[in-house]
Each structure stands twice: as structure tokens, then as C-alpha cells.
Design a protein. Structure first.
Length: 344
């Protein structure tokens, strides 16, 4: 695997004795400080579960269009359900993919005085024609939540914090699972499957269908130049990246990284399933008091006027959803759009 463009880490090293665990934490901090992305193996997620998830994804996207549109996300003020091809945008440009968004199963918040980001709380939309989908998604959510918590405990120690730092400050996690299909394209130039972006939360675990490339990660050269590298799927691994909230919590010592997906060539398509593990919507992650040797290397939170990073996770999440799904925003949240359009 020496020709891979991203580091590869083995989570099982945390169970291989104190020295191996310390090396893992050191490699984890280095990978996320210098790259922001890495491959993770040794998670204990069985190939059989991966195969069932892929089969469920394929079965869902093979449903008649009417069955998928019956749970289209424009019917959900919480941005849940099915997004048709071309229905999502990144920085205003159309993403060429279809997907199903699944979050924690909750009742909608009825309090009219609740912060706007609580509009993201609510029930999922499930296809009546595929009742088995809920079972495999629930199992996937449980297994990956365990992996995410182990990673966060290792990160806390590597940053000089107490091991339970993130456990104490997360609250009830605001998770999100996206089941995504990228259709093939016959266009002569590479097409945008999903445009360049940073994830708005803390941690993403991405499962990619074996043999289906397209993910690209932005790297920075020694002289500051930026360029794209391929991150093809590696069997038995997840691609892991940090989001804007972890950049914020470390004062820029760890840096969220731009990434994108280039559409596959027709007749191929591509299935991927990102799992986003984030704090409760009303959680404000405190900035970690880094040890002096780490604090000296903190670069500060990146300032992008087009993409402000909010300390409160719900504000960061709502920002991302409103701009990614303008049709849902127009239908259910016109008041928020009008407020945002007012002169400062």
C-alpha cells in the first residue's frame, strides 16, 4: 500500500498493548494535522455487514422512481429522505448524485421559540417498498458509533486532553448517514459528483464500494501550492476525515480538508455511505487547552468569508443544509433565508 496518497492506520493497535496504542495515537495526530484524511483498518466491522449494506443500497436505488419520490426530501422540513439526481448543490454548483439522508429518529421540535437549528430534528422518511433497509441502517449506525467513540478517545489523549473529553462534551450525538449513488457520465471532461467542500461537523467515516474510485483530497505542497490526489477505496478500510468543528476545537492545530468526488464513467456507477458523527445540535465544543508544544503549531481556524465556521454545532449544520438543498430551504425555511439576506 506504499503507493497510497493517504496514511493508513490500524484501530486494532489500541488493543495491542501500551506501546502500540501510543504509536497509534501519535500516527492519528500526525495524519489529521498534516493531511486531515486517512484510511482506517482494524475496525471489526464484518465484510458480511458491508455486503448487506451495499445490497440494501443497490435495492433502494433500483426501486421505481415513484417509490423513491414518495419519500423525497422536499416533503421533510428536517432535510430527511431521498434527493433526486441534481437535487443537491455544493457552493452553488449542482452535484450529480442521488442519495437517502437518515438521521436520529426523533419527534419534531414544536417550540416556536427554539433555536432555528432544532428544525433539523425530526422523523426519517423510509421507503414502504423496502422495510429491511431500517434494520441494516440501525446496525450500521450502532457499529460505526462505537468506532467513532474509540477514535475520539484516542484523539483526546493525543491532544493532551483527558480520554473522555469528547464523551463529556458531545451530548446525544447528531449523527447522519447518507446512502449515495453517483451515476456514470459520458461527458468528455470530468464531472462534479459532489463539489469541493469541508464537512461541517467533527468526524466522518466513509465506506466506499470496492473498486469504485472518484474521491479526491486536496493536499498542500511545501511551497503552499494546492493540488488534488486520488483516494481510491481500500478493501477492509474506511476513509476517515475530520470536520470544521474539530478544527475549531483545536484552534486550527487539526485542519478540516477540502475533498470532492468526480463522477464515474458510464456505464459504471458508484455507491458510498458516509457516516457523520457530530455533537448534539445545541453543543458548543470548548477549545481544547493544548500542551505548549502542540499549541505552538496551531494555525488558527481558517477564515473563509464564504464558509464561516460556527462554534455551536447546530448553527454549522443548519448552514450546510440550507445551502445544499435550496428547494427544501425555499419550501420550509423561507423565513431563515430572508433573515440571512438582510444587510449586516
Amino acid at each position: 500500500m506504499s503507493d497510497l496518497n493517504l496514511p493508513i492506520l490500524d484501530l486494532s493497535q489500541l488493543d495491542a498493548g501500551p506501546e502500540a496504542a501510543a504509536r497509534f495515537r501519535e500516527d492519528l495526530a500526525s495524519a489529521t494535522r498534516d493531511v486531515g484524511f486517512f484510511y482506517l483498518t482494524g475496525t471489526g466491522v464484518e465484510p458480511e455487514l458491508e455486503a448487506r449494506l451495499l445490497r440494501a443500497a443497490r435495492d433502494f436505488f433500483a426501486l421505481p422512481e415513484a417509490d423513491k419520490l414518495a419519500i423525497e426530501n422536499v416533503k421533510s422540513p428536517h432535510f430527511r429522505g431521498y434527493t433526486r439526481v441534481g437535487g443537491e448543490r455544493t457552493r452553488g454548483a449542482v452535484d450529480w448524485r442521488e442519495q437517502l439522508d437518515i438521521g436520529p429518529e426523533r419527534e419534531a421540535v414544536a417550540d416556536p421559540d427554539a433555536p432555528a437549528f432544532f428544525r433539523l430534528v425530526g422523523p426519517n422518511l423510509w421507503p414502504d417498498a423496502q422495510p429491511e433497509l431500517r434494520e441494516v441502517v440501525a446496525e450500521w449506525h450502532e457499529r460505526l458509533s462505537t468506532v467513532a467513540r474509540r477514535l475520539l478517545r484516542a484523539w483526546a489523549l493525543s491532544l493532551g486532553a483527558e480520554e473522555d473529553y469528547f464523551d463529556r462534551h458531545f451530548g446525544d450525538p447528531a449523527t447522519l448517514i447518507k446512502i449515495v449513488r453517483y451515476p456514470g457520465t459520458s461527458e468528455p471532461e470530468p464531472q462534479q459528483g459532489v463539489g469541493a467542500h469541508k464537512d461541517s461537523g467533527v468526524l466522518t467515516l466513509l465506506w466506499i464500494e470496492p473498486g469504485r474510485g472518484g474521491l479526491q483530497v486536496e493536499r498542500e505542497g511545501a511551497s503552499g501550492e494546492r493540488y488534488w490526489v486520488d483516494a481510491p477505496p481500500v478493501p477492509g478500510t474506511f476513509v476517515v476525515n475530520i470536520g470544521e468543528m474539530l478544527e475549531y476545537a483545536t484552534g486550527g492545530y487539526l485542519r478540516a480538508t477540502n475533498h470532492r468526488v468526480v463522477s464515474p464513467r458510464h456505464p459504471e456507477d458508484r455507491i458510498s455511505v458516509p457516516f457523520f458523527f457530530n455533537p448534539a445540535l445545541d453543543t458548543r465544543l470548548p477549545v481544547i487547552d493544548l500542551p505548549p508544544e502542540l499549541a505552538a503549531r496551531a494555525r488558527g481556524v481558517e477564515q473563509d468569508p464564504a464558509n464561516p465556521i460556527h462554534a455551536l454545532y447546530g448553527e454549522n449544520a443548519l448552514k450546510s443544509r440550507l445551502r445544499a438543498h435550496p428547494d427544501v430551504a425555499d419550501r420550509w425555511h423561507a423565513d431563515l433565508l430572508a433573515e440571512a439576506a438582510k444587510p449586516a
